[in-house]
Design a protein around this ligand. Structure first.
Ligand SMILES: C[S@@+](CC[C@H](N)C(=O)[O-])C[C@H]1O[C@@H](n2cnc3c(N)ncnc32)[C@H](O)[C@@H]1O
Length: 263
């Protein structure tokens, strides 16, 4: 999703009312498989290399959107996945998608704030979060989630990250406004360690996956929509985000951080 939007409340909203802005952003992402960059084959590859989990792991997908990750995890492990998102629209879409996929018995959608989960300590074996931790700040999300993990628990969390030391000014300027705390992979590894994790590996999502699974379908939807000024503003910003990625995807992208709760 466009980063200019979900950053609350520091954002310089071009649309005055944040609620109106979020509603427009949600509208833009309705009916899409994903609300952020990701890739099923890439996720399967990650899962294949995770250290041993219990046969029926307790799984949570935090910031699940309409459920790309939750559905994949439920199918892969054939067990229950608790899927949390603050958006009623996306949770409703997930309910329908789970039914259509025959996975409703294994997906528990919950509309809640993933930063305020009152779950028991050590109650999750696999915590999955794609493209969502930044809403809480990467380190602060990890700190908040760490107690939820079982002793041998694993977290797989994707985070927008700088890939190179030298970054063109245009990319810095854009992300300084849209996501000021965006870090390099080394910085994010340090943040994960400070939050109480051991970093097992880092994997970069290939840039083609951004286009194939996220930006291309999003662009198609943008062309179909006519909208309110707020929606038009969200579309303009999303186009700017895409243009930036087109030029500078060598310098930044999503890194998946595979983290162990064991020290
Ligand atoms: C970029 S989307 C990613 C969605 C999904 N994981 C995917 O990859 O398709 C980020 C999601 O985080 C959700 N979100 C933002 N802040 C949240 C919060 N505090 N608690 C729960 N969900 C939140 C948004 O509603 C949105 O669905």
């Amino acid at each position: 999703m466009s980063y200019v939007t979900w950053q609350e409340p520091a954002n310089p909203y071009a649309v005055d009312d944040p609620a109106e802005y979020i509603a427009a952003l949600t509208d833009l992402h309705r009916g899409l498989d994903r609300q952020g960059p990701g890739d099923a084959a890439f996720s399967h590859q990650l899962l294949q290399h995770l250290p041993g989990l219990p046969p029926k792991p307790r799984i949570a997908d935090l910031g699940c959107g309409s459920g790309a990750g939750a559905l994949l995890l439920a199918k892969h492990y054939q067990c229950n996945v608790v899927a949390v998102d603050s958006s009623a629209v996306f949770i409703q879409e997930l309910v329908l998608r789970a039914q259509q996929a025959g996975l409703e018995a294994w997906v528990t959608p919950i509309q809640a704030d993933m930063g305020k989960l009152d779950w028991p300590e050590a109650s999750v074996d696999l915590l999955w979060s794609e493209g969502a931790a930044y809403n809480l700040g990467f380190e602060s999300a990890l700190r908040g989630w760490r107690p939820l993990l079982a002793e041998a628990g694993i977290a797989v969390v994707s985070e927008l990250s700088w890939f190179t030391e030298a970054v063109p000014e245009a990319a810095i300027a854009y992300w300084q406004q849209a996501y000021p705390t965006m870090g390099s992979e080394a910085e994010n590894i340090n943040r994960a360690v400070r939050a109480g994790f051991t970093v097992l590996s880092t994997q970069r999502l290939p840039s083609e996956a951004w286009w194939r699974n996220y930006y291309d379908p999003l662009r198609k939807r943008m062309q179909q929509l006519e909208g309110t000024p707020a929606l038009q503003e969200v579309i303009r910003e999303t186009e700017a985000e895409m243009a930036l990625f087109e030029n500078f995807s060598d310098c930044y992208g999503y890194t998946f951080y595979v983290l162990s709760a064991r020290s």
